[in-house]
Design a protein around this ligand. Structure first.
Ligand SMILES: Nc1nc2c(ncn2[C@@H]2O[C@H](COP(=O)(O)OP(=O)(O)OP(=O)(O)O)[C@@H](O)[C@H]2O)c(=O)[nH]1
Length: 651
């Protein structure tokens, strides 16, 4: 059976060539038409029989912009999965990824590669680099046996390189160190190799040097994947067991589940059951992502396939769930450790009549972004909505952008906040709440200070890697953000790695942006959870014409209340457009006004039609106008543009 794969290949093969620059033992083909390749039923009919020892499952991990998606493109081209000179960043298929030029979703592609005359199936996962999407990386690593650790040969080891390396090592994955961008003139491969040796003990001789942009050495990377990454440790014997590691919603087929087969095999038409929900479904379709979806009849252990099974309710598809054949007993695969959200924000429909549509959009999107948590919430000003938990501000922005772009909704997003722990002292309130410690992320629910015994805030352990030239400014930034230095290590003569304990609330909004701007883009930052710590916080209210606007209120550290109040009021002055009434913007803590600005009303020239000098008439008209405005102010419905809610929070 397996030999027919080769027969098929011979038929559609345009040409075989050796990698044009790398040292490569492999035979690599290109195809004239990617459709031929993807839609060959003959090839895919033999797919389940590919021996386990000829399968490799691997991810490309790296710091932001070190070239993961570019390398994925070159690998797909080299193996003939996509035609040469296809659109770039083929696996970054979301509109938000193309617009922002970043990967936000891990993407899988199954590719075929011939190495020393043997056919191999490689399952490649391109992962995001930004810390806000590290959930995607850790989820992807659960179904991999090895990783390509890509490092930019100009910028060297960065904060996410360190985090990703340890994430891979913790899972006992084989690591292939690869230096990218060696085509750039000031690349310093030797220096970066030394850093890899100093930091991780990586032998410089094992480091591959490539240019993903030009394709230089990409063949050697594929050879190393086969030589250095172990085949999957799975079993083809029944019973069938599969792990759902990604899912998304298709309007015709319902929830689609990307599964990694751990045991046995799964055939079209069989009935599968979820270990968590106990619900069962007939398998309506099985496809392989080549990267285009290509139908097959069966997949077996070690392989990755997309299953459609008429799962209409997106909540039934759970990342980390184990599926098995109906009425069979299997053990659950190890569940992914869900990452705890770091930032919370309220999401409301701009128009309450769109509530159902927004709820359905959120449900569908959460299916594709399992790191987001959803709780029902309501606000007097914005009506019924939800409180969503995100891994960071960029994650929140991307999610909201996807809600708009992919689902045509227009949500209002409230101030993002971290979760504070508040220990109450008022016995009546404790009884009413049913607990002594409250977890509060919504400033609107902040209890009266006289009822509170202690406040706690979340901390993170941050890793900063920077050239020593920017050290002074970076230390000042960390001090300003209430950071405490834990350690500092020289990576080499020019670069330093520092560990800081920082309050999460001080870094979620713009810490990274500031760090980048003061270091001309050279410093990098990564963080991990570091528990809760005693603190002193207050609720800062923003009043518009004397009325508190709940969506703007924030929990701030006492030492920052004055500065934040002034800053927010000044920002709102810029962001709220002038209107027919005068608008007073005030920042208040416990009823005390800390800052105030006024937006002047438009002054319609009611005297325009008066020609000449009738002063008394002119004054009368102006008086009438001002009386009218007083009335308007009382009923004034101040128009605050949507983006103000997010923009006001960026420093
Ligand atoms: N000169 C040069 N540029 C490269 C090379 N590889 C990637 N780039 C460029 O580096 C930039 C970032 O590349 P991406 O592939 O988007 O990086 P990424 O790691 O996938 O980025 P994220 O997914 O956002 O983390 C792009 O402008 C690429 O064209 C290379 O080998 N040489």
């Amino acid at each position: 059976m397996y030999s027919s794969i080769r027969f098929y290949k011979a038929a559609i093969l345009c040409r075989e060539f050796r990698t044009f620059l790398g040292v490569c033992n492999a035979h690599v083909r290109t195809f004239t038409n990617v459709k031929d390749y993807c839609e060959s039923s003959e090839k895919l009919s033999d797919f389940p029989n590919i021996p386990i020892k000829r399968i490799r499952n691997f991810s490309i991990i790296a710091h932001v912009d070190h070239g993961k998606s570019t390398l994925a493109d070159r690998i797909l081209e080299l193996t003939g999965a996509i035609p040469r000179n296809s659109a770039s960043q083929i696996l970054d298929s979301l509109q938000v990824e193309r617009e922002r030029g970043i990967t936000v979703k891990a993407q899988t592609a199954s590719i075929f590669y011939t190495y020393k005359n043997d056919e191999y199936l490689l399952n490649l996962i391109d992962t995001p680099g930004h810390v806000d999407f590290s959930n995607e990386v850790s989820r992807s690593l659960e179904v991999c046996d090895g990783v390509i650790l890509l490092v930019d040969a100009c910028h060297g080891v960065q904060a996410q390189t360190v985090a990703n390396y340890y994430m891979a090592k913790k899972r006992n994955l084989d690591v292939i160190p690869v230096l990218n961008k060696i085509d750039i003139k000031h690349a310093n491969p030797e220096g970066v190799c030394r850093d890899l040796q100093n930091l991780f003990g990586i032998n410089p001789n094992s480091v591959l040097k490539i240019s993903a942009k030009l394709g230089t050495g990409v063949g050697t990377v594929l050879d190393a994947v086969i030589e250095r990454i172990k085949p999957p440790d799975v079993n083809r014997e029944p019973p069938f067991r599969g792990l759902i590691f990604d899912s998304w919603f298709d309007k015709y087929r319902g929830a689609l589940n990307l599964i990694y087969v751990l045991n046995g095999s799964l055939k079209l038409g069989q009935d599968i059951q979820s270990i968590i929900t106990k619900k069962s479904y007939p398998v309506k379709g099985i496809s392989i992502l080549l990267p285009k979806e290509s139908k097959t009849e069966e997949i077996s252990a070690g392989q990755v396939g997309l299953i459609s099974c008429n799962m209409r309710n997106s909540k039934e598809s759970i990342i980390g769930d184990t599926i098995h054949l109906k009425n069979e007993n299997v053990e659950a695969a190890v569940r992914f450790q869900p990452q705890q959200p770091m930032v919370y924000a309220g999401v409301y429909p701009a128009d309450q009549s769109k509530h159902v549509a927004l709820r359905s959009a959120i449900d569908k999107l959460v299916l594709n972004d399992s790191a987001v948590t959803v709780k029902v919430d309501s606000s007097p000003a914005l009506g019924q909505g939800w409180r969503l938990g995100f891994l960071g501000l960029l994650h929140m922005e991307v999610f909201c952008q996807r809600l708009e772009q992919e689902h045509g909704t227009e949500p209002i997003i409230t101030a993002p906040s971290v979760t504070y722990r508040i220990v109450l002292k008022n016995p009546k309130l404790i009884k009413q709440m049913g607990k002594e410690t409250l977890e509060i992320s919504n400033a609107a629910l902040f209890p009266e200070p006289l009822n509170v015994k202690e406040y706690y805030e979340p901390l993170v352990k941050g890793t900063i890697i920077t050239p020593t030239a920017y050290l002074g400014q970076i230390i000042s930034l960390c001090v300003e953000r209430r950071g405490i230095q834990e350690s500092s290590t020289n990576i080499d003569n020019d670069r330093i790695l520092m560990k800081y304990i920082l309050p999460l609330s001080e870094i979620i909004l713009d810490f990274n942006d500031h760090l980048k701007s003061i270091s001309s883009g050279y410093a990098s930052f990564n963080y991990e959870d570091h528990g809760y710590h005693l603190t002193n916080i207050v609720r800062l209210d923003i009043h518009l014409n004397g009325r508190p606007v709940e969506e703007f209120c924030r929990i701030v550290h006492v030492s920052k209340a004055n500065a934040v109040a002034r800053e927010m009021v000044a920002k709102l002055l810029e962001l709220i457009p002038r209107q027919m009434v005068q608008i007073a913007i005030q920042g208040c803590v416990n009823g005390k006004v800390l800052a105030r600005e006024t937006i002047k009303a438009y002054r319609k020239d009611v005297t325009a039609k008066l020609y000449g000098g009738d002063v008394t008439r002119r004054m009368k008209l102006l008086r009438q106008q001002s009386e009218g405005k007083k009335k308007m102010r009382m009923f004034a419905n101040i128009r605050v543009p949507h983006e103000t809610f997010i923009n006001v929070l960026k420093r």
